[in-house]
Design a protein around this ligand. Structure first.
Ligand SMILES: NC(=O)c1ccc[n+]([C@@H]2O[C@H](COP(=O)([O-])OP(=O)(O)OC[C@H]3O[C@@H](n4cnc5c(N)ncnc54)[C@H](OP(=O)(O)O)[C@@H]3O)[C@@H](O)[C@H]2O)c1
Length: 304
């Protein structure tokens, strides 16, 4: 639910219709964050919950870093990013924005594994859990740093991890997914379309308005190499399958993945993505072929 409250091209009516359609088609898990429009995306989810009072819909949100820096850096202290009183204050704000008594999954919007053994976050999370204000805790691991949470997961205090995992970004398979399997930690695969390039709709001329986050992410260096790599996937498409469908089915073919959270704002995207929830993965030979399209990237100035 990031794009709905932060990217250009979101219209309230269309967004609400897309959410209602998703629920009609069986979607019951929604990922938002306080930072998506400073509470706006959470409020969109609040209204959605109210429009569907009879359904159990799961709310996942995130506490923004206090210093407002994405991603965090190894030298940032827990005190400057997630002090205990701040964890509590932002959880209270999210409860209000969402209009719920309890958040199903509260996540840290950035993370550094060298905070694993510090007491402050553990005390705050334990208190909120005991008060019934949060049911489960998650770490949203920084872009292209899937291992930057492994020690934290071993504390036993984290129930779910949100990580970039898609046809390009397969590196979570190395260490993170086996650990989650061993510890029974939920895995939310985010950014299934690599922010859009894996839908196959981008060209080397694609550009975004200056007030759209994607203008700062799809800098020339990133756009050109991403489009080339996405185009290289097109000959692999089975007859009648779109790139978006192949991208989602790749993720859902992996039994270590609990769910994936495509950014959806339009009914036709909702219908296409929800149709991949039929339990059918990709054929083994295609999965094998897609393995070789793994693209290991390092965080850089524009990657955020
Ligand atoms: N640090 C974090 O914790 C973090 C960071 C990033 C994302 N997230 C979460 O992950 C979610 C997904 O990531 P994302 O939205 O950044 O990227 P994404 O899901 O990889 O890509 C979203 C883009 O794909 C397009 N799209 C969706 N379904 C499509 C389909 N069937 N066919 C063609 N195009 C399709 C959307 O189109 P439109 O533009 O037309 O809507 C949008 O431009 C976010 O909304 C957010 O909840 C979390």
């Amino acid at each position: 639910m990031w794009g709905m409250a932060g990217w250009t091209g979101s219209e309230e009516k269309q967004v609400n219709e897309a959410l209602d359609k998703a629920i009609e088609l069986g979607c019951n898990f929604f990922d938002t964050a306080w930072a998506y429009g400073d509470g706006l995306s959470e409020e969109i989810l609040n209204k959605t919950l109210k429009r569907h009072p009879g359904k159990k819909l799961y709310t996942a949100t995130k506490i923004p870093p206090k210093n407002r820096k994405w991603p965090s850096q190894p030298h940032f202290t827990l005190q400057e990013v997630f002090p205990a009183d701040y964890i509590i204050d932002y959880t209270e704000m999210s409860l209000k924005n969402l209009g719920v008594d309890s958040i199903d999954l509260q996540q840290f919007h950035v993370w550094e594994d060298n905070w694993a053994q510090l007491d402050e976050w553990k005390e705050a999370t334990t208190k909120l859990t005991q008060q019934g204000k949060v049911k489960a805790w998650g770490v949203s691991v920084n872009r292209w740093e899937p291992d930057n949470c492994l020690k934290t997961l071993k504390t036993g205090l984290i129930d779910a991890v949100q990580v970039i995992y898609n046809v390009f970004d397969q590196s979570p398979e190395d260490n993170l997914l086996p650990l989650c399997r061993e510890k029974n930690i939920g895995v939310i695969a985010r950014v299934p379309f690599d922010e859009g390039t894996l839908t196959g709709t981008f060209t080397k001329e694609t550009n975004f308005p200056g007030n759209d986050w994607r203008a700062t992410y799809f800098v020339k260096e990133n756009l050109l190499s991403s489009v080339e790599r996405a185009d290289a996937l097109k000959p692999l498409l089975p007859q009648g399958m779109t790139m978006a469908e192949m991208a989602i089915r790749f993720i859902l073919s992996n039994p270590d993945i609990s769910t994936t959270i495509p950014g959806m704002r339009k009914i036709h995207n909702v219908e296409s993505n929800m149709s991949c929830s039929d339990g059918n993965g990709l054929p083994a030979n295609l999965l094998h072929e897609l393995k070789s399209h793994r693209w290991d990237r390092q965080p850089t100035v524009w990657s955020q």
